[in-house]
Design a protein around this ligand. Structure first.
Ligand code: F6P
Length: 326
């Protein structure tokens, strides 16, 4: 039995649109319940370097629509060491923080799981990553905005692809996950998606060539997920040049534009619900869990599962993509 009197909030790892909306929801729900809020800047690094300040309701005014994170973010190697975590804990205790809400992806939750166990601190995670690759939640904050950004870019590339009757390989983010690639391909009417999940099972490029892509069309768009296995869009284009020099392909790597921008309505709603749920979880005496959303209901997922279990892509989308690109 414990009573949380003061929480610390931090954002860590890659940023995601909607993080600010979540920070706002966490802050205001906590204050509503009489819990004090401290903002920790630059993720776990800020906990080690003691960048901690008080947050009031006004501290989160006018941020729901802003991309990025007002708390800044970092990837911190020092937090991976026991010495770093001890310093972080000392600062936390000195600031009077007795629970943490951490916003990020699997790296953030891995750090939280270890820290929480080591010092017996209640920690709740809020899933924020454009990759949507966390097990136990249908959606992560930032994914919908990134998808929308991608399709806006693809629509523009399609104009020039059409004029020149060209084939384009467009690379999107996702680290090792194809959610962004697969669903942006479907939403932008692309010819195909080359995703890491099926890279070893099928030769997706050969399959495309065999299906005679571009035969009956003025232009072709293929969305390629970034991946060390395929080498991303550049790797696939290089292979095409060697194996099928008759094709004249162009490559476009969308890059970090996908991580910015004002969050969509879907991301603001998700962030507000999950942010609020994070405080409910602490009041519910939960610890070492991520709040998630499944079939529109809030769920609690142990950090262990969220990090280690693999979230499955809906592979039937690949079949739909194939059918719709005839
Ligand atoms: O995890 C989010 C993500 O945007 C990945 O899709 C991408 O591989 C990575 O972050 C890029 O990270 P960085 O900010 O280090 O370039």
């Amino acid at each position: 039995m414990y009573e949380v009197k003061c929480i610390g909030i931090l954002t860590s790892g890659g940023d995601a649109p909607g993080m600010n909306a979540a920070i706002r929801a966490i802050t205001r729900t906590a204050i509503y319940h009489g819990i004090a809020v401290k903002a920790i800047y630059r993720g776990y690094r800020g906990l080690i370097t003691n960048e901690i300040t008080d947050f009031k309701t006004q501290s989160v005014s006018n941020i729901i629509q802003q991309g990025g994170t007002i708390l800044k973010t970092a990837r911190c190697m020092e937090f991976k060491t026991p010495e770093g975590r001890k310093q972080a804990h000392d600062n936390m205790v000195a600031a009077g923080i007795d629970a943490l809400v951490v916003l990020g992806g699997d790296g953030t939750f891995t750090g939280a799981r270890i820290f929480g166990q080591e010092y017996s601190i209640p920690i709740v995670g809020v899933p924020c990553t454009i990759d949507n690759d966390l097990f136990g939640t249908d959606y992560t904050i930032g994914y919908d905005t990134a998808l929308n950004t991608i399709i806006q870019c693809v629509d523009k590339i399609r104009d020039t692809a059409n004029s020149h009757e060209r084939l384009f390989f467009i690379e999107v983010m996702g680290r090792d996950a194809g959610f962004l690639a697969l669903n942006s391909a479907l939403a932008s009417g692309a010819e195909a998606a080359i995703i890491p999940e099926i890279v070893t099972a099928v030769d997706q490029l050969e399959e495309l060539i065999e299906n005679g892509f571009r035969k009956s069309k003025n232009s072709s768009i293929v969305i390629v997920a970034e991946s060390d296995i395929t080498g991303g869009a550049l790797g696939v284009a290089e292979r095409l040049k060697k194996e099928h020099p008759e094709y004249d392909a162009r490559v476009s790597i969308l890059g970090h534009v996908q991580r910015g921008g004002s969050p969509t309505a879907a991301d603001r709603i998700l962030a507000s619900r999950l942010g609020s749920a994070a405080i409910d979880a602490l009041l519910d005496e939960q610890r070492s869990i991520m709040v998630g959303i499944v079939n529109d209901e809030i769920v609690y997922v142990p950090f262990n599962k969220a990090i280690k279990d693999e979230k499955e892509l809906n592979r039937s989308v690949l079949d739909i993509l194939r059918i719709l690109s005839i």
